[in-house]
Design a protein around this ligand. Structure first.
Ligand code: PMP
Ligand code: GLN
Length: 380
């Protein structure tokens, strides 16, 4: 294995899911729903497979889906997106990787926040670029503006933003995003935003896409994915859109990573994106209730629980349960009480930052969460 990938040989999701399977634990580690997406989406995709949509689709994606993504950006955010500047990818993961590989190389720096989704560090390492991670600290998981400023340099090529944020569940507000955008503009850096949890924001909050901020659309690549919105994480269809020149660069890399993505899924997803508002609000309402169910249970079990504004996840501190190391806590939890979770330290460039923090996913059926809560109560 090449030297630059040696720190990234496995993922915590694979390891913890394997442990959960081995021990029969309820898996609240890896974030995936345990129910399928809208029935019309599933039957459309099945019909496409039986109807012969099984060969390579166009490299940029099928026209219906590129148009549907553009329409989605207009409908929810008032953004004027040309379908020709939408590139369909193999999940958000490929969009992120292709963007980083297309725009960064040795000597370049990427500013992001830690904890971060684990593919960020691995992808930046693949590109041979350098990660500059700004801390998000509990309880609010906001950042220190001076620390952010100090992370930028003349070598900053890209700023990788994730809102709503995995794993902390924080949703950046307009003021925070504006500062990030101003610093990016000052350093002539490209903004890459990962918005895969865009429809999972709670308590009446709003998701603010970076591309909607004044002057930022010209330097922003917006990434999302259907895995979360339609509860089909295994389909791996995502997209990126932004200024034509930047999207062309991403496309140049994407075509040699996977060439094309998910032929039978693409037209089905195009139709699902047009589902009525009630689908989208229902998704958020449901998840908000699940968030409360699990957060309350964790609190009662003795965890320090931080507020979750968006995503599938709630972050806890296990210090009050007598643990200083969240990783040690997570490795023993399945055997002890039959629940799996993931340590936040593995998402940090400085593991001490997330040492005592543990993430739980609440994107599960109510009865599964209730059973998990009753098992967690044994920790008291
Ligand atoms: N970004 C974040 C923040 C995520 O949590 C995920 C979740 N899997 C991804 C990207 C990857 O999305 P996809 O499965 O569409 O590649
Ligand atoms: N996004 C999900 C999570 O953070 C799953 C990630 C994965 O399996 N790579 O848990």
């Amino acid at each position: 294995l090449v030297e630059r990938m040696r720190a990234h040989t496995s993922t915590i999701f694979a390891e913890m899911s394997a442990l959960a399977l081995r021990t029969g634990a309820i898996n609240l580690g890896q974030g995936f729903p345990d129910t399928d997406g809208p029935p019309s989406l599933l039957s459309d995709a099945a019909a496409n497979i039986h109807g012969g949509l099984n060969q390579y689709p166009p490299g940029v994606g099928v026209p219906e889906l590129r148009s549907a993504v553009a329409e989605h950006q207009r409908r929810f955010y008032g953004l004027d997106v040309d379908p020709d500047t939408v590139l369909i990818t193999t999940g958000a993961t490929e969009a992120i990787a292709a963007a980083v590989l297309a725009l960064c190389g040795p000597g370049d720096e990427v500013v992001t926040f830690q904890p971060y989704y684990d593919s960020y560090a691995a992808t930046i390492a693949l590109a041979g670029a350098e990660l500059r991670a700004v801390a998000l600290r509990p309880p609010s998981f906001g950042f220190d503006p001076d620390e952010l400023r100090a992370a930028f340099s003349s070598r900053t090529r890209l700023v990788l933003v994730n809102t709503p944020h995995n794993p902390t569940g924080t949703v950046f507000d307009r003021e925070q995003l504006t500062l990030i955008g101003e610093l990016a503009a000052e350093h002539d850096a490209v903004v890459v935003t990962d918005e895969v949890y865009e429809h999972m924001v709670y308590d009446g909050r709003a998701h603010v896409p970076m591309a909607t901020l004044p002057g930022l659309a010209d330097r922003t690549l917006t990434i999302s994915s259907v895995g979360k919105t339609f509860s089909v994480t295994g389909w791996k269809v995502g997209w990126v859109n932004g200024p034509a020149e930047l999207v062309h660069a991403v496309r140049a890399v994407k075509q040699f990573l996977t060439y094309v993505s998910g032929a039978p899924f693409q037209p089905a997803i195009a139709a699902a994106l047009a589902l009525p508002d009630s689908f989208y609000t229902g998704l958020a309402t449901d998840l908000q209730r699940k968030r409360d169910l699990l957060s309350d249970g964790l609190r009662e079990a003795g965890f320090t629980v931080f507020d979750t504004a968006g995503t599938y996840f709630v972050v806890t501190d296990v210090t009050a349960l007598g643990f200083t190391d969240g990783a040690e806590f997570c490795w023993t939890l399945p055997e002890r009480i039959g629940v799996a979770a993931v340590p936040v330290s593995v998402f940090c460039a400085d593991p001490d930052l997330g040492r005592s923090l543990v993430r739980f996913a609440f994107c599960k059926r109510d009865e599964v969460l209730e059973e998990a809560v009753s098992r967690l109560a044994a920790l008291r």
